[in-house]
Design a protein around this ligand. Structure first.
Ligand code: PNS
Length: 165
């Protein structure tokens, strides 16, 4: 049985990878609703616009009925409060993720004690995967087919190789 809790799955999703999709899908089996939110206020300069990132998530998660896609430019703690979300879903790939994620979890808990961070262990086949790696490979002409969801693979490959400029 699914928890009645609304969960938020935040990230840059620049672009969404098969690793992200795996976490979203698994969270959707645990919680009543999963809001995948593109956070727009971090210091990284994105390769894809907020609308493009949201559209890519919508396309890839189209078969998951309890997933909603949104974007937010403020603090994650304020967003969870606004949505009444009691869980923040994060994927953990390796120990190297842990320190930063632990710090963010404690900060978010301080800012909104109502929301708990829930870490899901990344499936072993995606442990090495990141959006940065996808962008690097794609921009150097490599094939990113197995790293990004099939529904958006061609769009991403074209953009990263500069062929749609
Ligand atoms: O996909 P990413 O880039 O690893 O996601 C990081 C993200 C966007 C989830 C994180 O930077 C974030 O939550 N940013 C919003 C600002 C915020 O609330 N930061 C945490 C408290 S300092």
């Amino acid at each position: 049985m699914k928890s009645e809790i609304i969960a938020v799955c935040p990230g840059s999703f620049d672009p969404i990878t098969v690793g992200h999709l795996d976490i979203i899908r698994r969270a959707s089996q645990m919680f009543q609703k999963v809001v995948v939110v593109v956070m727009t206020n971090n210091s990284k300069t994105p390769s894809f616009s907020v609308e493009e990132r949201m559209e890519m998530i919508r396309k890839t998660a189209a078969d998951i009925p309890n997933v909603e896609v949104d974007a937010y430019g403020g603090l994650l703690a304020d967003y969870t409060r606004k949505r009444g979300a009691k869980a923040i879903i994060k994927g953990l790939r390796a120990m190297s993720d842990f320190e930063y994620e632990f710090q963010m979890a404690l900060t978010n808990k301080k800012l909104n004690p109502e929301a708990e961070t829930v870490f899901l262990t990344t499936s072993s086949e995606y442990m090495y995967l990141s959006s940065s790696m996808v962008k690097l490979i794609g921009s150097m002409g490599g094939n990113i087919q197995e790293f990004v969801p099939a529904a958006i693979h061609e769009d991403i490959q074209r953009r990263l190789s500069g062929k749609d400029a």
